[in-house]
Design a protein around this ligand. Sequence first.
Ligand SMILES: [Zn+2]
Length: 261
Amino acid sequence: MYHSLTFNLNKKKKTIYYFFVALLSSTIFACQSSVDQSQSNESKATNSVKPLVEKVLTAEEQEALTPDKVLSMLKEGNRRFVVGTLTARDHSAQVRNSTFAQYPKAVILSCLDSRVPVEDVFDRGIGDIFVGRVAGNFVNVDLLGSMEFGCKVAGAKLVLVLGHEHCGAVKSAIDDVELGNITAMLSKIKPAVDLVSDFEGEKTSQNEAFVHEVCLSNVKNTIKEIRTNSLILKEMESKGGIKIIGAVYDMSTGEVEFLEE
Ligand SMILES: [Zn+2]
């Protein structure tokens, strides 16, 4: 009995020991390979690309842009982001060159999510785009005012509403989360949940297909809200001065899917 107990204990200890050795080696290997990867990326970047002192857009250059041209610039920028060939910029020079004026190309409304680095996602630099952010990328009077400033006053040619997959705000709206000011904030996203009430399948935040549908519905609903509640932007759009477009950012690939109408 005693021997068998000791044997079992030893066996358990050995199993635990092997488990930790395996865990440790896999962790070390993972760390090492990520260090190797970042070193090789760094050396690739420093060998092949020199920082550019990009010219900040002038009023005349901005005036010459069209909404479609800006849209294709954002698409091309996103391609560079996806394949890892982002433009190397001299940010401190750009800061100095844009001190007294700005003539950005677009207004982008994004979620608050830290995993969506908007300028990088479209390979844009300082003075290139206005970025408005709020969890769940909806609009209220303040964001509409900001968009009107960006387009009507500062000359941007495109309004892009950028949702993203796996959005915590969208999931919380689906789950009817109630907490402090978050409750009121989520009430702005809930209409998007109601708009897909005919979804066939489990309507919970656990169901990725449903979360995706609500994400799309939320982007489309935000665009509808912009057109309904901003006469300025609606008029600019109808005269062809700007375009208002939706898009969804894919967390796993970095790719942006543009929802053109
Ligand atoms: Zn989000």
